[in-house]
Design a protein around this ligand. Structure first.
Ligand SMILES: Cc1ncc(COP(=O)(O)O)c(C=O)c1O
Length: 425
């Protein structure tokens, strides 16, 4: 019998990794308090829990004016609209990200211009961004991916030279810091998701950090059906004019859950960071595994997912086969997103979306080659769940042991995968 679980052998880890989200009596009490108060929704905006969440979240990230809203996609659309960016404007986005990073500009009427990533951190490559700048470019939307941060020094320098707005997609970067400054406070906006898989969650939700009180007031107005709001995103201010908006308010029930999550967050973040350092060490000993180098300017790392790369030639198998084998060993694992220009959903011929159909020349994906994103997405990248870190040293030891085991039996696995492909093709 094979030693590999995927080929019928014993699993390396039999105990499931800890579930997410975590909750206790405090969550029940917080929700009960909101139910008893009778103020469940988000109107009038901001409710007391939402206002407290805004204050405490800005404190966590170390700056900005926070505007809580329904999710971490609308946050980016609202940021663009608050900055006056809209129809036909170009917004530079990285090729390696969740589709929301490109769909949000389209929802605002802007064109996502997809550029390649830096192989060292899998985030937007500032040199590729620079090459993509045209007179229509209005914003850059870097994504701090998995546990990495984009090179914010280079991105801010570029943005200043070309007078561009920077919106940091921080859906994965709660608590992260660059040279001691919180993610989302370096650009003009920081967009955070509170969706259920995120390291701070209210089930669904999002927070937009704005650099100025004026931008926060505009954002609050856009998400509150256009009602004018006070500077900083404070209460309604009838002395000003309405603008066009929608209802993207966070409910008080969700804000209450996020506030309890914030109490737990610092300890969870400390544990993830300590265990990730231990993981870096364990993985760096395995041939064919590439630990993404740590940029010393990235002073506090956050871990939504821990990303590393395998070199398929040296390791012996490609990342999809590797991930299937690792899952079978009992270690939660994912190959990550598809490269953005390979997504079918934005193709003008298959989507009925206004922006791809109005500007098809930007969506000629067949002729778009972004080699670093393609390599990461198609062959190399491996995403580990943060639950591994919450399982302590044993969690990391088990994951590392499973990876070593797969490496030892890579040749057997490669042959089995090839035979399987031949049978099923
Ligand atoms: C990189 C990235 N940006 C944006 C989002 C969108 O967040 P939400 O699901 O809250 O809309 C996600 C969500 O999962 C994400 O991973």
């Amino acid at each position: 019998m094979s030693d590999l679980a995927i080929l019928g052998g014993p699993k390396t880890r039999t105990e499931p990794y800890p579930a997410w989200p975590v909750w206790d009596e405090r969550d029940l009490q917080a929700v009960t308090e909101v139910i008893r108060s009778g103020r469940w929704g988000g109107y009038p905006y901001p409710g007391p829990k939402t206002a407290e969440l805004a204050r405490r979240f800005a404190e966590l990230q170390g700056g900005g004016y926070a505007v809580p809203m329904v999710n971490g996609t609308v946050t980016m659309e609202v940021a663009l609209r608050a900055a006056g960016i809209g129809w036909g404007d170009e917004v530079i986005v990285p090729a390696y990200t969740f589709q929301a990073t490109a769909s949000a500009p389209m929802a605002a009427g802007a064109i996502p211009v997809i550029v390649d990533i830096d192989p060292n951190n899998y985030c937007l490559d500032p040199r590729a961004a620079e090459k993509a700048i045209t007179p229509r470019t209005k914003a850059i939307l870097p994504v701090h991916l998995g546990h990495q941060m984009a090179d914010m020094d280079a991105i801010m320098a570029l943005a200043e030279r070309h007078n561009l707005v920077v919106i940091e997609d921080c859906a994965h970067a709660h608590g992260a810091k660059w040279r001691g400054r919180g993610a989302g406070t370096i650009g003009h906006f920081g967009s955070f998701s509170l969706q259920s898989s995120k390291t701070l969650t209210s089930g669904e939700g999002g927070i937009l950090l704005c650099r100025t009180p004026e931008l926060a007031a505009k954002a609050a107005s856009i998400i509150d059906c256009g009602r004018p709001h006070a500077l900083g995103g404070g209460p309604e201010d009838d002395s000003q004019e309405y603008q066009v908006g929608g209802n993207f308010r966070l409910s008080e029930l969700q804000a209450a859950l996020a506030l309890v999550g914030l109490e737990r967050f610092p300890e969870q973040a400390r544990q993830r960071e300590a265990m990730a350092a231990y993981m870096d060490e364990a993985l760096s000993e395995i041939p064919g595994v590439r630990v993404l180098p740590r940029d010393e300017r990235h002073t506090t790392r956050s871990f939504y997912r821990y990303i590393f790369a395998i070199d398929p030639a040296e390791f012996g198998v490609e990342h999809d086969v590797f991930c299937a084998a690792l899952e079978a060993e009992g270690v939660d694992c994912w190959v990550g997103y598809e490269a953005m220009h390979r997504y079918r959903l934005f193709q003008p011929q298959t989507s009925r979306l206004a922006v791809p159909n109005a500007f098809p020349q930007y969506f000629d994906f067949q002729n778009m080659h972004l080699p670093e994103a393609e390599r990461a997405c198609q062959r190399e990248a491996v995403w580990l769940d943060e639950a591994i870190f919450r399982a302590g040293r044993q969690g990391v030891d088990d994951a590392a042991a499973a990876i070593k085991k797969i490496r030892q039996h890579a040749e057997e696995l490669r042959k089995a995968a090839q035979a399987f492909r031949e049978q099923t093709s």
